[in-house]
Write a protein of this length. Sequence first.
Length: 290
Amino acid sequence: MRLRALAKINLGLDVLRKREDGYHELRMIMQTINMYDQLDIEISKTPGIKITTNLPFIPVNESNLVYKAAKLLMDEFQVEQGITVDLQKFIPVAAGMAGGSSDAAATMIGVNRLFGLGLSVKELMERGVKIGADVPYCLLRGTALAEGIGDKLRALPACPDCYVLIGKPAISVSTKFVYENLHANELEYHPEIDKMLDAIQWHNLNKIADCMGNVLETVTIPHYPVIQEIKDHMKEHGALNAMMSGSGPTVFGLFDDKATAENACEALRASRLARTVFLTTVFNNGGRRK
């Protein structure tokens, strides 16, 4: 069985407060894009979970989210057979695009189908949160409002069709570092999530772009100024807006015109500001909508 694990971007990311339990109270608008890892999952006669991958630095043991996702379901349903998973990574790693969480979500879908477990997407989502806060969203996909620690989800109308330019600089950012250095209870700036919800309701791409904001940029950009440089470069080359996704360092820009997006993509490659440059589109459940 071959599955695609789709990447996500955050159209808006707000942190409301740091909770007493140490977690952060979030309010985010998530969007799936057509950039993906590929998983080939097969049943094996030998018990256990065997993972292979195209990147030598990706662990293939119990620490891999693919392994954890498969084990979670196989243990619960006492599956005696084993599986092999070949994971081809194309989503940048540690980039704020939920690549690992999406791989886990795809694995859960694959295991559910291969062994006929009969779980609904909702039931998979309830289990997926045990793997990671982004896993339920990666099972839901499309456009969604995420609250709580990211696990409380509400599906939204489809984001208008647009082109998404991805630029990841040659750095890695620790999510733990970003949240540890975010003074959540002292933030003066908060993105306009409610206004973005209205813009999505009206399928207004320009207003969606106007409302984009990510409070985590207040931590990440001062430490890694290249993120701001990539944002500025995209906007100078026609992006409606550009923003860091998640805790970074990936930057994305939204474009309403294909030729402009393609020119911006070539310009970003030529600039050498980003190691990974990729032009794609938004993914919406149930097809494309204007």
